[in-house]
Write a protein that binds this ligand. Structure first.
Ligand SMILES: [Zn+2]
Length: 269
């Protein structure tokens, strides 16, 4: 599933394509036909990302909410749109550009109270200027739940997925199994600041790189990572491989129904 940086990039991209334009909306697949009919002819005022949720705000007071989930995907282009291929849930077109959405978990129209309800159920998003990390710490510091699971819970922190969480915990030297209530205020402050940095870089470059300069392939004389996800990481999907910092074998284990990865030496319990 795309992590928050991807959604923030899409929000910026869609604003670049369409902000200020009156759009034509259709649902070639038919599953969003009613919503597309309501949306068609509206002007896109602005876009925003909140965690893994993408919002398009239209005049007057209409918001398109998209959650890509595991399979959702946007494609876009200039000029005349191509004939729809596959299950296109939503197609937006202006005089200059087009945008197709396929396979999302959510594609719906929200009114302002529903937008507020969505915001209310999400924790602070490290990529947003209005994020309040104290809200997340209030949850974490009272919970016996493992920190790794808390950080994946979108009602605690929004936008973080398994890559950012496993990597930030490695960089902090914290085991994913640490009970939330054992996280000190200072450790939380540092962890939050690191998430803000890592996710901010990912928005800029479009992939997740978490490795410090000393552990880059060139610096270590090792081969670059080959993985669908792309970036250079310390532990994510590196089970049985040696830790870039200490050489200890990276472990994999189940936490909150997800595969977690950590170095038992760098992240001691
Ligand atoms: Zn290590």
């Amino acid at each position: 599933m795309p992590e928050g940086h991807t959604i923030h990039r899409l929000a910026a991209r869609h604003a670049e394509l369409f902000a200020g334009d009156k759009l034509l909306a259709t649902s070639p697949q038919g599953r969003f036909a009613e919503g597309a009919a309501r949306l068609s002819g509206a002007v896109l005022d602005c876009t925003e990302a909140y965690g893994k949720h993408l919002l398009h705000h239209y005049s007057p007071g209409l918001t398109l909410h998209v959650h890509l989930g595991l399979y959702g995907k946007f494609t876009d282009g200039s000029g005349e749109p191509p004939p729809p291929v596959g299950q296109v849930r939503l197609r937006l077109t202006s005089d200059r550009h087009w945008l197709d959405l396929r396979g999302p978990t959510a594609c719906e129209l929200l009114d302002p109270p529903e937008v507020q309800a969505l915001r209310d159920r999400l924790g602070p998003d490290p990529l947003r200027d209005d994020a309040d990390p104290a809200r997340a710490y209030a949850r974490i510091s009272r919970s016996p739940t493992p920190l790794g699971a808390l950080l994946l819970d979108q009602s605690v922190v929004a936008g973080t997925g398994l890559i950012f969480v496993t990597e930030a915990l490695f960089r902090a030297g914290l085991p994913p199994t640490l009970p939330g209530r054992k996280l000190t205020p200072t450790a939380w402050r540092n962890l939050w600041a690191d998430l803000v940095d890592l996710m901010g870089v990912a928005v800029t470059v479009g992939r997740i790189d978490t490795v410090r300069p000393a552990h880059l392939p060139e610096a270590m004389g090792r081969a670059p990572r080959v993985d669908r996800h792309g970036g250079e990481v310390y532990v994510y999907r590196r089970p049985d491989a040696p830790c870039h910092v200490c050489g200890t074998t990276i472990l994999r284990g189940d936490l909150a129904g997800r595969n977690f990865y950590w170095c038992p030496s760098c992240q001691p319990v």
